[in-house]
Design a protein around this ligand. Sequence first.
Ligand SMILES: [Zn+2]
Ligand SMILES: [Zn+2]
Ligand SMILES: [Zn+2]
Length: 143
Amino acid sequence: MDSHRTVKKLGLKATPKRIAILEILSEEFVYLCPEEIWRKLQTRFKRIGLPTVYRNLEELSQGGVIIKIIHPDRKLYYYYCHNTNHHHHFVCISCRKVQDLEFCGEEQIIKEVEDTLKGKVVSHLFQVYGFCRECSHGNAIFT
Ligand SMILES: [Zn+2]
Ligand SMILES: [Zn+2]
Ligand SMILES: [Zn+2]
């Protein structure tokens, strides 16, 4: 995985911090909160501030590679997704695993907005929360 190229593809300058954030997230199979990413970054950038991490995550998440997860615990998390096709996510609230969902109800939503509400859809956000196969079988790994 070429993080340098990925950052540039997002239309951002490939700064060492952005590349490092992308690398940290791409090595994880779970979602991380900004504080966790910040702690990992401190091994390389001793004086990096948390606001810098927040800002970079926000910028990186505009392009669809870094997925923002709005968790039911009301905290924001971030997740790296390699799948560049339009899709949605099934988020495990126990072990933090994220799985791609092929389902997208966009057509039905557009139909309802245009026919019933007489409006126009610009974009949509759709995320599903629950327990993955392992966690729903009673072997919950709380992290
Ligand atoms: Zn799980
Ligand atoms: Zn995905
Ligand atoms: Zn969709």
